[in-house]
Ligand binder design. Structure first.
Ligand SMILES: C[S@@+](CC[C@H](N)C(=O)[O-])C[C@H]1O[C@@H](n2cnc3c(N)ncnc32)[C@H](O)[C@@H]1O
Length: 278
């Protein structure tokens, strides 16, 4: 371990312990006691600031000529930027360089976590809604707050909304979208029907979908395989997915085109029978 790595490692361990303790305490409603027992740290904003710096991510987007800022939580994978999110974010930046296909479009990010792809879409001039479950939304909002000046300078629009897949009332209140982004959110067999129905009901005939998965290499061994197989199978009536030739060897990205939405006729004659109607 080098001399510069040492303090970082110590701070990381310290933060892990404190965050784990706080999470535990939040669950058992002991927050006040914990705040007291960690008094030294939490009473000293300067020390806390240094600690938090370890988890700041400053990501340069060279083509857009901007730097984006995020704050990750080391023990919550949902509050970290996944490889798949990076792949989508860079793909948006790169593919829009010659012909900006995101500008002015309604963009929806589902299961956004820290919202990196959605924020890049807003920086490309998209009209973006980044969404996640209620417990993740405060983290998502923090990402927007950290980057709002950059987004507004470029005149992008972005808003954070709670959207749990399959939430009928919420989905009814939302417009159909031109672009839907989804990174590393297909892993739970049980949520796939709700995810697909949400995508179908928020798509129109020309909606473009980008989905990405970072743990592809582990797919053979894990339940991820089941989830993705189910996702492709169940969604095939509504979307046609093809691989996008981007990313590294263990990260896969697909582009989806609409075959059929919830209120339009089938676009192609090929459809797989026997799937759920949304
Ligand atoms: C592994 S994280 C990925 C976060 C982010 N997209 C990324 O790639 O960095 C999966 C995300 O999907 C969200 N998610 C899972 N099930 C969901 C559901 N039923 N409704 C809405 N969001 C969901 C989680 O809250 C989480 O933020």
């Amino acid at each position: 371990m080098t001399q510069t790595e040492m303090p970082r490692t110590i701070l990381t361990l310290l933060f892990l312990v404190i965050t784990a303790r706080l999470d535990e305490a939040q669950k058992s409603h002991e927050c006040e006691n914990v705040a007291t027992s960690q008094e030294g740290l939490f009473d000293n904003p300067e020390r806390l600031k240094i600690l938090l710096k370890v988890f700041e991510k400053h990501i340069e987007m060279e083509k857009l000529n901007i730097t984006l800022h995020f704050l990750e939580n080391p023990i919550r994978p949902n509050v970290q930027i996944s490889e798949a999110a990076r792949i989508i974010a860079y793909y948006l930046e790169e593919s829009c360089e010659e012909n900006n296909w995101v500008h002015g479009k309604k963009v929806l990010e589902l299961g956004a976590g820290l919202g990196f792809p959605g924020i890049v879409a807003a920086c490309l001039g998209g009209n973006v809604t980044v969404t996640d479950r209620p417990q993740i939304v405060p983290y998502l909002q923090r990402s927007i707050d950290l980057n709002i000046e950059t987004i507004q300078k470029i005149s992008g629009e972005i808003r954070v909304e709670v959207l749990s897949w399959g939430d009928d009332e919420k989905i009814r209140s939302m417009p159909r979208q031109d672009i839907i982004l989804l990174s590393e959110a297909i892993y739970d067999d049980l949520t796939i029907d709700d995810l697909i129905s949400t995508m179908v009901r928020l798509s129109h005939d020309d909606t473009k979908i980008i989905v990405s998965e970072g743990d592809w290499i582990e797919m053979e061994e894990s339940e991820l395989k089941e989830a993705w197989t189910k996702f492709f199978h169940e969604s095939s009536e509504y979307f046609e997915f093809s691989p996008l030739p981007i990313g590294n060897y263990d990260c896969f990205t697909f582009e989806g085109k609409v075959r059929k939405t919830s209120n339009t006729e089938e676009k192609t004659s090929e459809s797989s029978p026997g799937h759920t109607e949304f």
